[in-house]
Design a protein around this ligand. Sequence first.
Ligand SMILES: Cc1cc2nc3c(=O)[nH]c(=O)nc-3n(C[C@H](O)[C@H](O)[C@H](O)COP(=O)(O)OP(=O)(O)OC[C@H]3O[C@@H](n4cnc5c(N)ncnc54)[C@H](O)[C@@H]3O)c2cc1C
Length: 442
Amino acid sequence: MTTSRTTPRSPRTAVVVGAGMVGLATAWHLQRRGVEVTVLDREGVAAGSSWGNAGWLTPGMAMPLADPTLWTYAPKALLDPAAPLHVPARLDPRLWSFLARFATHATQRAWDRAMAALTPIDRLALDAFDELAAHGVAARTTPGPFMIGFEHEKQAAPFLHEIAQVEAAGQVVPLRRIDRPDGAAPLPGPTHPDAGRAPGASDAVGRPAQLTDRVRAVYALEGQRFIEPGPYVGALGDAVRARGGRIVTGATVTGLRAQEGRGVQVLVDGQDPVVADVAVLATGAWLPGLAEPLGVRTLVQAGRGYSFTVKTDLPVEQPIYLPSRRVACTPYQGRFRIAGTMEFRGPDEPFQPRRIDAILASVRDLFQGVDLDDRHDEWVGSRPVTPDGLPLVGATRAPGVYVAGGHGMWGMVLGPATGRLLAEQIVTGTVPQEIRAFDPLR
Ligand SMILES: Cc1cc2nc3c(=O)[nH]c(=O)nc-3n(C[C@H](O)[C@H](O)[C@H](O)COP(=O)(O)OP(=O)(O)OC[C@H]3O[C@@H](n4cnc5c(N)ncnc54)[C@H](O)[C@@H]3O)c2cc1C
């Protein structure tokens, strides 16, 4: 079944607000379908969350954030300022309303429902990167494997359980135990019979030299990839320009006016409005300001994460994940990017150096040969988090105005597939099955 809440005729022009991964992927796909595109950003390409993130293209891990374990770690986190999850102690009705709704989704039933809704787009995600590469986006994706480290076997149980649930929902997620620090024989334990045959699977993967002996259980996750996020989104922007698209930076959008059959007027601070047949709001964690007046009531809260890069004694070839510390690391420009924390604050609030300290304190005993004191590129970015763990992709109440966002922890991996599916909806008027659950008016 399809629903149609789109413009009656196929649009010829579009304005996309937001030049992050999601906005640019949508612009690129609209162009591919013959639509002339203007992209507006208040700062520039990849100025938001799409820059300093971990760059993991891991559909096998793209799952809802709220899960039943929230009830175990959240109360402790509220009392511990160094915990990976951080909520400032302040009276902020909007924030607490978000947290209350988020908490109602931390049940197994809600998680299963959201996972079922995410699985169809998760399954398209990597193919959507191949499509970009095949048609002119000059940036590469790199296969894993991803190295997942635990201090003891019991600590691995929740992660293994999550991966098993992702598989039960319909993805193939090859994961195997690779070694033990005492040199004992590898313990292969594929969660799926296809393990080792996944695209990009490596025959011989060893324990990363950067992990200390405290990390006693290491798993290799295959079939996933990673990118250097800022450069990748830059290349996507170049591809949009190369096809004749305009990317206007320093253009802060303040509102939209839409009238049935007469297109959309996009109001830009201090500049003339930009008029087009349709408009797409892809403003990440800043979505509510523009989208709420158009009937999008789902709260989008900035889940701020921090990252920095460091030098390592030996080159790092693969991403490393430390689930118990909630830290994700990725090779980046010859260095090693370390990313973590989930801080529920406003997207424009100042950088909090204490969050970097918290990441450092959490990994010091697990890394060796990593110079944690020589940090470059310290960064904070805002994941656009929704309470139910589902993105907001589709039409708003205003004719010809769409939103694309709210991907939370997974906007990089899901951005290209989102762009493809939303462009299809905008041009054909038919909502693809994969994004039906992401209706922004839900
Ligand atoms: C530490 C960290 C690690 C992460 N790791 C991963 C990962 O490994 N894999 C993954 O898939 N995802 C990851 N994410 C999440 C991912 O970064 C986001 O989901 C994704 O970048 C969201 O992209 P977006 O295009 O929706 O938003 P953004 O990239 O934030 O882009 C929004 C754009 O809108 C612009 N804008 C805002 N308001 C206006 C306005 N009024 N007018 C004009 N322009 C405006 C902003 O300047 C910005 O450029 C991570 C996030 C963080 C913080």
